[in-house]
Every structure is written in structure tokens, then in C-alpha cells.
Design a protein around this ligand. Structure first.
Ligand code: ADP
Length: 581
């Protein structure tokens, strides 16, 4: 029982149920998306910062690896260049280092990141703590003065080499022999490496002074640049990279940019450990970037939702129209069957009376005969309309255009309709211009049918009023035929709709009058096939005036059937805006 009721409810309110069924998930979807986008907006800056840091660390790692490897090679001086072994009877203190061999090695293994190299050993049998250091100039490819270029350089080299030197005098083997860095004097940054003999004992040291400019311009800069497009694609040109030294001074910038603020930073490991690599986006911070992302995604979602809703509304409107049309068709069938049955029943009854010969009174016989005639005419009219409609719908309606006097068509029609009008007590005023109108190219029967439909409506919707006027006239290029009644009238909002097929005004006054809803749609189609138009002026309760406008002969040529003539609903039609006579 409940299920049936529910099914009934859904069927009756199918459109609304459909709309709600689509709208609820759509709104839920939008809400969820809004939430997830907000969350994303909140987390995105962190993710992006993490991504930027990853980029920085990966690039730095690359440069450092290069330096590590290059230094390792440059400083791997052969152990036999050092004559040490303390105490060693053959040890020549004055010739503790074979400088020639070292020079050969240095020049054979150049590394442009080093501005100066050095080797160190011990000197003097009595004073083992006395270190000797020899400085090598990689540009001149030769050893330079005993104390390097200045005292600071000399001191820095001694300080860096000292730890290893101490091991020269022992037999101990160091745990690690990787190059180490001494940056206690930032002006003289040193990578130093012990030189080991075959027994893994320290026999000397080799070291190099870092060249800051070369590090920035030949190694760090190019590596940063190369990796940018791969990491940031189209955003790469917006990435600003800066390097700050131990004094927070900007020593490198990949492109000009006002201000030195950075969003993400990373310290160098191994060498330049007191330096700092900063990064930011040129146009916007990542907060701004993620807000823009959020807004764009939200806008796209809203737009999609709007398009979807638009589509749904259109589909629902189409469905609602289809439902209305199908309802109208159902009404049409019931109206038409009623309209067919009523006159047929009268004809049969009066026919039987006459057949049985019971009616002797000649007046009565005449009256019955007129009744039968009138009812047959009504039937013919109805059937004509149905046949016309079906021809129009299937695109088979054809017209025989001829030059004709409009007046002839109208007066012929009025004549055939006269009996009906008189029977029902109508008086008809026929007004025409004093001068005959020029002829019009038209299909006599089709226009007559249109006028009959207008007259028929005037009769049907007059109620108590018993007056109809037909007026022939001229409006500019058009001959006009107006049919005016003083009946129930048509509400403003219905004035356009009455020309649609099957449409019948839904008020009780119309409901009492049977009709098919086809008459005016046929009038409209016929008139438009003549290049004309049909208009209505009406006031509720005071009557209506329907006017057919037909272009005069010289204003119009007979034309082939309009291609879309089968579709009455789709036609443009003109209805006078004014209501009220
Ligand atoms: P019907 O067979 O219902 O008369 P029509 O297409 O001729 O079909 O008319 C459509 C509707 O327009 C009618 O149902 C009626 O509501 C309205 N209508 C037509 N003519 C008149 C009129 N002269 N006065 C008032 N209403 C009219």
C-alpha cells in the first residue's frame, strides 16, 4: 500500500523528484569539493615548500658530490712523493717531499674549483712538530713561495693539515681518509686529505683552497639552472634563487629581483657550511599560489555545476513540455470523440424520426432536416480540421494559390455559415471598404477554412452575446479580415498560447464548450503559408478580435510550402501586444 502510494507520488511529481534527485547529490558533491579544496589550500603551501626544499637539497647534493669527487682526485697525490718514516736513517729532511712528482700530479689532475693547492709533511729529526707546507699555484702550474701568498693562507693551511701531520709520526692507521673541510677562516676554505702509504699509514697531506667565484658561477649556478625546468616546468622562469654568505651578504642571484627575501632555504653541507641557499617565486608566494589554485578549481567546479544545472533545467523543461503535450493529446482525443459522438447521435435520432414517418408537421420535418444539416456541417468542419491538421503535421498540406478578391472569399464563407448563425440567433455585421480591395494571391479553400474556424470560435465562445462582426480592411501592405465577438475573451497570458496545437484555455468557461484545440493552429499555419500573420486583441469578459493579415498580390508571391510546415508549435507567430478592444 505504502509502496503504491510512493510510486503514485513519484509518477505525479516526476519532474520535481527528478530535480531533487539530481540536485541533492550535486550539492553534496560541491560541498565535499569545497571542503577538500579548502584542506588542499591549507596543506598545499607546506607541500610546495617541502617540494622546493627537496629541489634545493637535490641540487646542492649534486654540486657537493662533484666537489667531493674532484677534490678526492686532485688530492690523491702518490704516497711515494713523500719521504718521511720517522725515524728513518735514510730520511732526508731537506727533501721530505718530492715536489717535482707532486707538481706533475697536480698539473695532470687539475680542478678549477681550487685556487691554490698544497702538500704538507714533517721536517727535522729533533723537532717533529715542525711542519713543512708547500704551496702550489694551479694557474702558473708551479710551487710558490714558502709561505703561500699571505700569512693567513699559511696559517689556515697549517691549521687544516695539523691533525693529519700528527699521525705521520705514528704507525696508527686513520679510521677514515675522506677529504675533510676546514672553514674556520672563511676567506681560506680548505679541503684536505691525508696521503697514505701501502700500509695505510699517513705519510703526508694534500689540500686545496676553494675558489668562491668558481664555486658559484661554474658549479652551483649552472646546476641550479639546469635542474629548474625539470622541477618547475612552466614556472621555472619565476623561480628566484639566492645565496647568502656567512655575513648574510647576497653573493649569488640567478636573476634580478628586488629584495632578497626568500621563502625556503637550505644550508650547504660539506663545504660552505655557513652559506645559505634561498628560494622564492617571483610573482607570488606559495600561499598566494595555493589561494589562486583554490579559487580556480572552485570556479571550474561551480561552472561545471552551473552548466549541469542548466542542462538539467533544459531537460526538465523539455520533459515537462512533452508531458503537457501528451496530456493535451489525451484531452484532444476525448474532446474529439465527444464532438463526433454528439452530432452523430442527433443525426441518427432525427433520421430515425423521419424514417418512421411519424412526424407529419411540415415545419417539424424542415426543422429536423435543418438540424441534420447543421450537425453534418459541424461534423464536416471538424473532420476537415482533423484532416488538415494531419496533413500539416506530416508536411503534406499543399495550397492552390490564385489571384482572388478577398471579399469574395469572405462573403462566400459567410453565406455557407449563415444558416448556423441564424439558427443560433446571431446577427452578423459585415463591413467592407467603400473601394474594393486589390486582389490577393491566395488559396480560396484554405482561407475559407481559416475564416470558418474564426467564426466557429466566435460562435462557441460568445455565451449570451449574440453579435459578431466581420470586417474587411487594409493595413499598409496587407488585406485584413477581422472576426470580432463580444464573448468571454482571452486572458493576456493565453493570447499567444491559443495558437499552439491542442491548446485550450483552462478556465471553466472554455471547459463547458467542446473543442479540439486545432482550429487556431490551422488558421496560423494557413495564414503563414500565405506570407501573412494572424493577431488577436482581447479583453477578458468583453470579447476578442482575431485578424488575418494577407499581403497584397504585389507584396507577395505564391511561395512553395514552408519546409517546417509540419511543426506548428515551432512557428514564430505574431500576436498583437494590446489586449482590450
Ligand atoms: P477549440 O477547438 O478549443 O476552439 P481553437 O484552436 O480554435 O480550439 O482555440 C483554442 C482556444 O482558444 C480555445 O479552446 C479557447 O480557449 C480560445 N479561443 C479561441 N477563440 C476564442 C474566442 N473567440 N473567444 C475566446 N476564446 C477563444
Amino acid at each position: 500500500m505504502m509502496m503504491l502510494k510512493l510510486k503514485d507520488f513519484i509518477r505525479q511529481h516526476a519532474l520535481w523528484v527528478g530535480l531533487v534527485a539530481v540536485a541533492i547529490p550535486l550539492l553534496a558533491h560541491l560541498w565535499l569539493q569545497y571542503n577538500s579544496l579548502s584542506q588542499l589550500q591549507a596543506t598545499l603551501p607546506y607541500q610546495r615548500k617541502a617540494y622546493m626544499r627537496k629541489y634545493l637539497s637535490s641540487v646542492i647534493e649534486k654540486v657537493i658530490t662533484i666537489y667531493d669527487k674532484q677534490a678526492e682526485v686532485a688530492l690523491s697525490v702518490p704516497a711515494n712523493a713523500f719521504h718521511h718514516k720517522y725515524p728513518n736513517p735514510d730520511f732526508d729532511y731537506n727533501n721530505a717531499i718530492d715536489l717535482e712528482q707532486v707538481q706533475q700530479y697536480f698539473s695532470a689532475h687539475p680542478f678549477d674549483g681550487a685556487r691554490r693547492l698544497f702538500v704538507g709533511s714533517i721536517s727535522g729529526p729533533t723537532d717533529p712538530n715542525y711542519l713543512i707546507i708547500r704551496f702550489y699555484d694551479p694557474v702558473a702550474c708551479s710551487f710558490v713561495g714558502r709561505y703561500g701568498t699571505d700569512r693567513d693562507e699559511y696559517n689556515a693551511a697549517h691549521a687544516a693539515a695539523a691533525n693529519w701531520m700528527a699521525m705521520i709520526m705514528t704507525d696508527s692507521q686513520p679510521q677514515s681518509t675522506r677529504p675533510t673541510v676546514d672553514e674556520r677562516d672563511p676567506k681560506h676554505r680548505i679541503i684536505v686529505k691525508p696521503v697514505l702509504d701501502e700500509k695505510k699509514r699517513v705519510v703526508g697531506v694534500a689540500g686545496l683552497f676553494l675558489n668562491d667565484d668558481i664555486f658559484l658561477t661554474q658549479y652551483l649556478g649552472p646546476v641550479l639552472h639546469q635542474a629548474l625546468p625539470e622541477w618547475f616546468q612552466s614556472e621555472a622562469p619565476d623561480v628566484i634563487l639566492t645565496v647568502f654568505n656567512q655575513d648574510d651578504k647576497l653573493v649569488f642571484q640567478n636573476q634580478p629581483f628586488d629584495g632578497t627575501a626568500f621563502e625556503v632555504g637550505w644550508h650547504f653541507p660539506f663545504i660552505y657550511t655557513d652559506w645559505f641557499l634561498g628560494m622564492r617565486m617571483r610573482e607570488m608566494t606559495e600561499e598566494e599560489w595555493s589561494r589562486r589554485n583554490f579559487l580556480t578549481s572552485l570556479a571550474v567546479s561551480l561552472l561545471t555545476a552551473l552548466v549541469l544545472i542548466g542542462g538539467i533545467v533544459l531537460a526538465l523543461r523539455a520533459a515537462s513540455r512533452a508531458m503537457k503535450l501528451s496530456q493535451m493529446k489525451a484531452d484532444f482525443v476525448s474532446n474529439v470523440s465527444h464532438e463526433l459522438r454528439t452530432p452523430l447521435a442527433s443525426i441518427r435520432v432525427f433520421g430515425e424520426f423521419l424514417k418512421l414517418g411519424r412526424v407529419r408537421d411540415s415545419h417539424k420535418i424542415q426543422e429536423y432536416g435543418e438540424y441534420i444539416e447543421t450537425e453534418s456541417r459541424r461534423l464536416t468542419q471538424l473532420i476537415n480540421n482533423i484532416l488538415d491538421f494531419s496533413k500539416i503535421e506530416s508536411g503534406q498540406k499543399t495550397y492552390q494559390f490564385e489571384q482572388t478578391q478577398v471579399e469574395t472569399v469572405v462573403s462566400d464563407t459567410l453565406k455557407t455559415f449563415e444558416v448556423v448563425l441564424e439558427q443560433q440567433g446571431f446577427t452578423v455585421q459585415f463591413e467592407k471598404p467603400a473601394q474594393p480591395l486589390p486582389p490577393v494571391v491566395l488559396d480560396h479553400d484554405a482561407i475559407a477554412q481559416a475564416v470558418i474556424n474564426l467564426l466557429d470560435n466566435a460562435v462557441k465562445y460568445s455565451r449570451e452575446a449574440r453579435e459578431i462582426s466581420v470586417e474587411l480592411g487594409q493595413q499598409g501592405e496587407y488585406a485584413t479580415i477581422s472576426v470580432r465577438d463580444y464573448g468571454i475573451g482571452i486572458a493576456r497570458e493565453d493570447c499567444e498560447k491559443v495558437f499552439e496545437k491542442f491548446y485550450r484555455v483552462g478556465n471553466s468557461l472554455v471547459h463547458d464548450v467542446k473543442g479540439s484545440g486545432l482550429g487556431l493552429s490551422i488558421v496560423k499555419h494557413v495564414v503563414e503559408a500565405h506570407h501573412g500573420k494572424v493577431t488577436v486583441e482581447s479583453e477578458l469578459g468583453h470579447g476578442s478580435t482575431f485578424t488575418i493579415h494577407l499581403p497584397f498580390e504585389n507584396g507577395s508571391r505564391p511561395r512553395p510550402e514552408p519546409k517546417d510546415q509540419g511543426h506548428l508549435l515551432g512557428h514564430e507567430f505574431q500576436v498583437s501586444g494590446e489586449t482590450g478592444a
